[in-house]
Design a protein around this ligand. Structure first.
Ligand code: HAM
Length: 414
């Protein structure tokens, strides 16, 4: 029996890869315009890195990591997200020594052992961006504007931006206590996961997707009403700067996020078009993470975009590229000329196809049509003798007489 891919791990076939390149190239363009440079870090890290950053009681660390013991008896994990590894590298290579402000982006596969469904996979891809070293709320708005600009760049206006603040170690404990008190009388109405979260991570009960938990937590105290003065000022400034960017956003006081490293600003870009997998991109501030991982006390903020979800949102659009020219030949005598034209035109930047198997003219033309070539030409004895041929513009069938010289043909192809 043939071997199949692992459940929840997808092949990106050639017909799909144009869509992926479109997404990745748009992200690179927008990020580089904002001063971000690419960083590439390993997809495997020491397990401890994720426990310390994402949090031991998070769903990701508790249930979803691909963790194994390697042949040297080390516990390693396939990265479930990108921020932890990027910050590990930032600290390890002392990128902060020259300038604590770093603007970094990355793209690549992430791994989570989740129940696969549309928009949720076990190997999935993120495009992420991180800024370190800036407390100023202006940078929160810049990061959010960059994320919205990416979606505009690829022609999607559907995902809407929601923001929240999760406070800081100063104000969150008092809020947590108020929430625990509120939940105490409603414990029996919570799902089993939330009963567990009640002691380990009560805030997570607020964004549980189970309907009963949503009802039970109606009217729960909101973090936004418990922010300390500094967090409150920060959030107000983020909103003011965000207003200056002209991006639309809503405030979602129940947004908690599934990773423990967040402080202050958090956000998600959500869509109603992907069923329960509503977050297309998400992120936030993590002012304590770098010191928690053994680095200096430097703040950070960033986001990650889910590439599969963006690819789904782009719908039926055709992202494939087409050959500029298909050269058909009447017989074996014209194949040398056809091959020379192919290589000369390729060196001038054009994509040229010809038939490899010496098939009939009819089947060659069928292939030209199937490939969607912009132009086609048939080379026979007469064409070679005359040193010119009729090039057919495939959209409308117009014939354009052109010398059989690469420079002249390249001019025609544009
Ligand atoms: P996250 O919310 O866990 O955040 O993931 C970010 C995005 O990755 C999600 O909004 C979603 O689009 C996509 N995603 C997550 N899990 C899956 C999955 N199983 N299948 C398909 N797509 C998925 C983070 O990972 C943070 N590191 C983001 C961040 C960067 N925060 C600060 N900097």
């Amino acid at each position: 029996m043939a071997i199949t891919a692992i459940k929840g791990c997808n092949d990106i076939l050639p017909e799909e890869s144009g869509r992926w390149q479109y997404i990745e190239q748009a992200a690179r363009r927008i990020f580089e315009r904002n001063g971000f440079s690419e960083i590439r870090v390993p997809i495997m890290e020491k397990t401890e890195l994720f426990c310390r950053s994402i949090g031991d009681t998070s769903d990701i660390v508790e249930k979803e990591m691909y963790t194994f013991i390697d042949k040297g008896e080390n516990s390693v994990t396939l990265r479930p997200e990108g921020t932890a590894g990027v910050m590990r590298a930032y600290i390890e290579h002392k990128l902060y020594a020259q300038d604590p402000v770093a603007k970094l982006y990355y793209l690549g596969p992430m791994f989570r052992y989740e129940r696969p469904q549309k928009g949720r996979y076990r190997q999935f891809h993120q495009i992420g961006a991180e800024v370190t070293g800036v407390n100023d709320p202006l940078v929160d708005a810049q990061v959010l504007n960059m994320l919205c600009a990416f979606f505009r760049e690829i022609g999607l206006d559907e995902p809407t931006l929601q923001i929240n603040s999760l406070g800081c170690p100063e104000c969150r404990p008092a809020y947590r206590a108020a929430l625990v008190e509120f939940l105490q009388g409603r414990l029996d109405r919570l799902c089993d996961d939330c009963k567990r979260r009640f002691t380990s991570n009560p805030l997570r009960t607020l964004d549980c997707k189970v309907a009963g938990c949503g009802e039970a937590t109606q009217g729960a105290p909101a973090m936004l009403d418990h922010l300390c003065g500094e967090c409150d000022d920060h959030f107000s400034s983020v909103k003011r700067y965000l207003d200056l960017t002209g991006n639309q956003y809503g405030i979602n006081p129940r947004m908690v996020r599934g990773l423990d490293y967040y402080t202050r600003t958090t956000f998600e870009l959500v869509t109603g078009l992907l069923g329960s997998q509503s977050a297309v991109a998400a992120g936030g501030r993590y002012d304590g993470l770098i010191s928690q991982l053994g680095g200096p006390s430097i703040p950070g903020i960033g986001f990650a975009i889910g590439v599969e979800r963006v690819a789904l949102l782009l719908g039926e659009r055709d992202f494939s590229t087409k050959p500029d020219l298909f050269i058909a030949t009447m017989g074996a005598d014209q194949r040398d000329m056809a091959f020379r034209l192919l290589t000369d035109l390729q060196s001038r930047g054009h994509w040229v196809e010809l038939d490899y198997e010496g098939k009939s003219l009819k089947s060659q033309m069928r292939r030209a049509g199937k490939l969607g070539a912009r132009y086609s030409v048939v080379l026979g004895e007469n064409e070679l003798q005359a040193g010119q041929a009729s090039f057919k513009r495939m959209v409308d069938g117009v014939l354009i007489e052109t010398p059989l010289a690469a420079d002249e043909i390249a001019l025609l192809l544009g």
